[in-house]
Design a protein around this ligand. Structure first.
Ligand code: NCC
Length: 276
């Protein structure tokens, strides 16, 4: 597997990763019942055209970073799963435009998900680790976590908050590109929420700054900036092909190594600014 140039890689991502949300016209969601739950507007219509965007990883290395103001200066900010802002504004900012959550959180942590105010701001997107290149029908019958019931409960109690389901085809289109550009065999597990969020923002924004996905000088074994829990696998990956994701992102970085070292910051172009 020969590595592509950063330019060619960006083109592959732009042209082969189809970032879409489940719509009412996608079978088996094309029922009267599902129409009441899925958002009426597309994600694009909901967010409009975004300029500078920030993706904030949940890494422990954000602690004491004091990046909050810089992060909030972006037009839109994407965060992951249960990552809080309250009490951590100095380091991670307080703006949340989009929150990407995995189906495990929505299902296994359902009670918190349905109750905690943290989830009530911004646009929610949920994704589920679908079988490799499965058709939507097949995935719908056997999702990794059956989050559909919880999704519908949430929609009923928060009908005004946009809440999308990521089309599961995207994760494997992205995984294929990760595999093609890695020298080793990658475990056939979907990319992390972090990597999915980066690509989602590249479709919506002119430019994307990613914070502490590539660890800065503050790199630590502390898993999350909001928990006292040590696990090296959080940064290096176990289930998700995190290391390969990080190599790919490093390869496409348009910022400086200095920015990675001091701020854990990588700058990627939005797909509308990629010319192939
Ligand atoms: O930990 P998690 O991820 O919520 O982190 C979000 C994304 O931030 C990046 N990250 C995180 C920590 C770290 N030290 N370095 C990082 O680069 C990663 O890109 C990560 O994706 C997930 O990807 O959805 C994940 O979710 C958690 C967990 O399910 C949720 O936090 C909800 O509780 C998973 N942890 C477990 O299942 C125990 C994690 O493996 C992946």
């Amino acid at each position: 597997a020969a590595k592509l140039s950063p330019e060619k890689l960006l083109c592959q991502l732009r042209d082969r990763v189809n970032v879409t949300m489940i719509q009412g016209s996608d079978g088996p969601f094309d029922t009267w019942e599902w129409q009441q739950y899925l958002p009426g507007k597309s994600l694009n219509e909901t967010v409009g055209r975004l300029g500078r965007c920030a993706v904030v990883s949940s890494a422990g290395s954000l602690k004491s970073s004091r990046l909050g103001q810089e992060i909030d200066s972006h037009d839109a900010v994407l965060r992951f799963n249960g990552a809080p802002t309250k009490g951590f504004q100095e380091d991670v900012g307080q703006k949340t435009t989009i929150r990407l959550v995995n189906s495990q959180l929505v299902t296994v942590e359902e009670q918190q998900f349905l109750r905690e105010a943290l989830y009530n701001t911004g646009i929610l997107i949920v994704w589920d680790p679908a079988p490799y290149h499965a058709e939507i029908h097949e995935w719908y019958r056997k999702p990794d976590y059956n989050f559909f019931e919880s999704y519908r409960s949430y929609r009923s109690t928060h009908p005004e908050q946009p809440f999308y389901i990521l089309n599961p085809k995207m994760q494997w289109q992205l995984w294929d590109i990760l595999q093609e550009n890695s020298l080793e065999h990658i475990q056939p597990n979907p990319p992390s929420s972090g990597m999915l969020g980066i690509v989602i923002m590249m479709t919506l924004c002119d430019e994307v700054d990613v914070y502490e996905f590539l660890p800065s000088k503050r790199q630590t074994d502390i898993c999350h900036y909001y928990q006292k829990f040590h696990d090296r696998a959080c940064t290096m990956g176990a289930y998700h092909p995190l290391l390969f994701e990080k190599n790919l992102v490093k390869h496409m970085n348009q910022g400086t190594d200095e920015d990675i070292y001091t701020r854990g910051k990588v700058t990627l172009p939005g797909f509308r600014n990629v010319h192939c």
